[in-house]
Design a protein around this ligand. Structure first.
Ligand code: SAH
Length: 395
């Protein structure tokens, strides 16, 4: 195994067990390790620090697999890590494991570059980086044990390009999943398209927040679900007692699935409406036509891909939150989210506060929201906490 030596005083992140080594911290690379190959990392004095996956094409030169010198990165290693991840999930759902949940959450489960979601009898996984790709055979063999029928790969994520990898999708083992995979969330039936849908097919991280919307929906006449994707929040609101939900998204295929999901749950005709369009425009349209809502959900895609886009992203969040505040009826409830890791809690809070101020409404935050328990965050990897949101009431 080749050794990577760090520059003097550049081992402080590893001392704190953070799993990334930036290329600027590397003093020397022994030999010519392959993309994703496991390397031994030592400090400038030659003392062992970790074993990790070498990513020569990326700004993050190494992603750490283990800080233990006695551990070998082989199939048994992945068995142990995935078993730990599975046990954690078994312990965090009060009603028992749901039929759809995230089994492996990359760095936060000690497995950089690997995401695996369970949907009923299938697992949909993503090898998002070179290290996981290098060990794909062993990982696939382990995941197979957790899937009743098959493992499907959705490695069509941009982060692969940074690691010099191409997109790859298809059956990894077992059967091909059907075009629509059925599961339930908070008692609502869903079907998702794991082959063509976003990410692995469904945004599992919002499970508890959809429950929150469901529990706050009683008495609502009009709900506006912005960036609805396949309708998750809109359906939760209807199940919670809301009369009508408008679901806005630019993706026609996502809205088609949303409508199918509404049918599946037998909600009264006309209670679930879909609008294919741009949320920024739709909110303005509502403002100009003086429409108002009892509940509004804002769950936009990542506006900030990186810290350099933070300011532009902040303007986007401000815009939609300001408009939403204006459209809220008195005592109306807003559920607003940001899934940009680059957007910190503090900035997001300030944006929502200034949106309320500029809208001239009195707004009280009732609850801070985050990602579900199957998306745990390692204490040593704060970047893993990407989803932030708040639930507030216009007084
Ligand atoms: N709330 C969803 C997940 C949202 S993901 C859920 O609970 O599952 C973000 C969604 O925003 C995607 O479906 C994407 O198609 C949509 N989108 C992106 N930009 C948009 C825009 N400007 N207007 C409307 N929808 C947009």
């Amino acid at each position: 195994m080749n050794t990577i030596t760090l520059k003097p005083d550049r081992d402080f992140t590893l001392q704190k067990r953070h799993p990334w080594i930036f290329s600027g911290a590397v003093a020397n690379v022994e030999g010519r390790p392959e993309n994703g190959e496991t390397v031994r990392i030592v400090n400038s004095k030659g003392a062992f620090l970790a074993f990790g996956a070498y990513c020569p094409n990326s700004g993050i030169a190494v992603k750490v697999w283990t800080f233990s010198e006695s551990e070998t990165v082989d199939k048994a290693f992945f068995e142990r890590r995935i078993e730990t991840a599975f046990h954690l999930r078994q312990g965090v759902f009060p009603g028992g494991l749901p039929d759809a949940f995230r089994l492996v959450n990359a760095e936060s489960d000690g497995l950089p570059g690997l995401v695996a979601d369970v949907f009923g009898e299938f697992i949909v996984c993503q090898f998002t980086g070179a290290g996981a790709e290098f060990h794909r055979k062993e990982i696939a063999e382990v995941l197979e044990n957790y899937a009743g029928k098959g493992v499907y790969e959705r490695s069509d994520v941009d982060s692969r390009l940074k690691d010099g990898l191409e997109f790859r999708t298809g059956v990894l083992s077992g059967e091909m999943p059907p075009d629509r995979l059925a599961f339930t969330e908070n008692g609502i039936l869903f079907q998702c398209d794991v082959k063509q849908g976003h990410k692995t097919g469904f945004y599992l991280d919002q499970r508890l927040n959809r429950k929150e919307v469901m529990e706050a929906a009683a008495g609502a006449e009009a709900v506006l679900n912005c960036f609805s994707y396949t309708g998750g929040f809109g359906l939760a609101a209807l199940r919670g007692g809301a009369k009508h939900a408008v679901n806005v998204d630019t993706s026609e295929s996502a809205l088609k699935e949303a409508a199918e999901n509404a049918m599946l749950n037998g909600f009264p005709d006309g209670s679930f409406e879909t609008v294919c369009g741009d949320v920024f425009q739709y909110l303005r349209l509502c403002r100009d036509s003086r429409r108002s809502f009892d509940r509004i959900v804002l769950d936009p895609p990542k506006f900030a891909e990186s810290y350099t886009h933070k300011e532009k992203a902040a303007r986007g969040y401000k815009d939609i939150n300001l408009l939403a505040m204006k459209l809220l009826r008195p005592c109306g409830k807003l559920f607003t989210f940001s899934c940009s890791g680059a957007m910190d809690d503090e900035l997001f809070r300030k944006i929502v506060e200034s949106a309320a101020l500029d809208a001239g409404v009195d707004f009280r935050v009732v609850k801070w929201l985050s990602q579900g328990p199957d998306h745990p965050v390692s204490a040593f990897f704060p970047e893993g906490r990407y989803l932030k949101g708040l639930y507030g009431i216009r007084c």
